[in-house]
Ligand binder design. Structure first.
Ligand code: CP
Length: 324
């Protein structure tokens, strides 16, 4: 749990991890995202909530969905947003992370959105910024990806409503997945009836049982009667050595195909945080099929990130402007 992300009165100052956050706060994020979702359907998709604020996207690791939806979210809130290109920045000349940070802060930055391949990087930055600056974790190593988890919860709530009635299965490379870790924390906090993880032993954390999840190594048993299936990419970039015999064998055992999908409830939804690897963890017929909500997840990322940004930077009185 981060000691740094809440103010003394329990408001979000930074958004670093789901761990330790209360159900009411997660629900507030989703409720606020609902309001912002309607703004995205308007002809003029902007509100003045963060006018005059400066937001820096610091992505030390590649991203398509997270970086662009954070940028769109900031622009729809009327903030000024900068994307630092790490490859062409002075970081490549040996400047330390903290020196880069302090220089960017000297430009009157109000928020840093940080993705880094080191677990704990966002928390470290949050400990070193000025008191008026907020930090949002856009994914750190294998540790956490809290806004992804919240857009996933938002998507589940939109389709399925009441969390305690649900059975949710997360399939694949849980061991290296910051997304799965944050999802499990969010699903637990929201009181989901049953959380299952499915995968080969080599891709499940040794402490899976202590996460409060049910562990399966077989898709037929693990997917039986679930309401939500979340598939995950094999994160080869974080694996040390070969943990599966081959991608083909993995697909045969754990790839989500139309046949395996039939084990779940007929109205089960299929989710994936992206990027998807077709024919490895998911078949194209399922990824593009009627039960897939994968692209909806991406759309919801904008509203959920608007919610988190406005909650960390804005005050309660500003909320009235949402409907302006
Ligand atoms: N889901 C996700 O984090 O995707 P990106 O790596 O494209 O941001």
């Amino acid at each position: 749990m981060s000691r740094h992300q809440l103010t003394e009165s329990g408001q979000l100052k930074h958004f670093l991890t789901i761990e330790g956050l209360k159900r009411d706060l997660l629900t507030d994020i989703m409720d606020r995202a609902e309001q912002f979702s309607s703004i995205s359907g308007r002809q003029v998709k902007k509100v003045p909530l963060l006018r005059g604020k400066t937001i820096m996207n610091l992505f030390f690791e590649n991203s398509t969905r997270t970086r662009t939806t954070f940028e769109l979210a900031a622009k729809r809130l009327s903030a000024d947003v900068m994307n630092l290109n790490i490859n062409t920045s002075a970081t490549s000349k040996g400047e330390s992370l903290l020196d880069t940070l302090h220089n960017l802060q000297a430009m009157h930055t109000d928020m840093f959105v940080v993705r880094h391949n080191q677990s704990g990087a966002a928390e470290f930055i949050a400990q070193h910024v000025a008191p008026h600056v907020s930090v949002i974790n856009a994914g750190d190593g294998c540790h956490a990806h809290p806004t992804q988890a919240m857009l996933d919860m938002f998507t589940i709530r939109r389709h399925k409503g009441h969390f305690p009635d649900l059975r949710v299965a997360i399939v694949g490379d849980i061991l290296h997945s910051r997304v799965a870790r944050s999802q499990i924390q969010a699903l637990s906090t929201l009181g989901v009836g049953e959380i299952r993880v499915i995968g080969p032993k080599t891709l499940l954390p040794a402490d899976s049982q202590t996460l409060g999840v049910h562990v399966y190594h077989n898709m037929a048993a693990g997917l039986k009667d679930v309401d939500v299936i979340i598939t995950l990419r094999l994160q080869f970039e974080r694996m040390q050595g070969a943990l599966i015999p081959s991608a083909q064998e993995y697909f045969a055992n754990y790839g989500l195909t139309e046949d395996k999908l039939k084990f779940a409830k007929p109205d089960a939804i299929v989710m994936h945080p992206g990027p998807i690897n077709r024919g490895v963890e998911i078949a194209s017929a399922v990824a593009d099929g009627p039960q897939s909500v994968i692209l909806e997840q991406v759309t919801h990322g904008i509203a959920v990130r608007m919610a988190v940004m406005s909650m960390t930077l804005g005050s309660h009185s500003e909320q009235q402007e949402v409907n302006a």
